[in-house]
Design a protein around this ligand. Structure first.
Ligand code: FES
Length: 187
């Protein structure tokens, strides 16, 4: 635990709870490297390992916020390094669509998409520290415990120029499953 977090916890100050969806091949490996390298970062983060950021849907973010997360991070491979070719490209569209849903609520600042490779443990620590401070400044999540993440809210309209549509999910998941059987070697 960092000195700032320790001091804040002792003072009873708001400590954000942050959910990080990390892709198996880069984001999670970067978090692992941060751990073994003893990189210091705030303990506010709860990591969930996913196979690829391309599997993230708006309802994953909304559900996390509904269930009490004060912020949500999506961490994946750098552009061109996705082990399923275009999962992170898809994630850009999905996260931007989700951000647009959150913007009218003033909650778009609680969502962050980052690219972190398996070799970037120190970047992982830096990004987590930055986002923790950002969410701390925003204060507690006002959406906590609301029904805002209901089914109707999980289907944003397609943005002009976006390659992502809700109906493309099944097709892309099938593609990702095929690709998973022969993943590329870790960078
Ligand atoms: S973003 Fe890491 S495998 Fe796709």
């Amino acid at each position: 635990m960092t000195t700032t977090a320790t001091t804040a916890a002792k003072a009873g100050a708001f400590e954000p709870e942050i959910v990080a969806l990390c892709c198996n091949w880069c984001g999670y490996a970067g978090a692992d490297l941060a751990g073994v390298s003893r990189v210091q970062y705030p303990p506010n983060i709860r990591i969930i390992r996913i196979m690829c950021t391309g599997r993230v849907e708006p309802n994953h973010v909304l559900k996390a916020l509904q269930l009490g997360a004060d912020g949500v991070m999506i961490i994946g491979c750098h552009p061109g390094d996705c082990h399923y070719s275009s999962g992170n490209t898809r994630a850009v569209d999905v996260i931007e669509a989700t951000r647009e849903m959150l913007r009218p609520l003033g909650m778009d600042g609680r969502l962050r998409l980052e690219w972190i490779s398996a070799a970037e443990g120190s970047k992982f620590g830096k990004v987590v520290a930055e986002f923790t401070e950002q969410v701390r400044a925003l204060g507690p999540n006002p959406m906590k415990g609301t029904p805002a993440a209901g089914r109707g809210a999980t289907r944003p309209a397609r943005r002009p120029g976006s390659s992502w549509t809700p109906s493309s999910t099944a097709r892309e998941c099938t593609t990702a499953s095929s690709a998973r059987s022969a993943p590329r070697a870790a960078p």
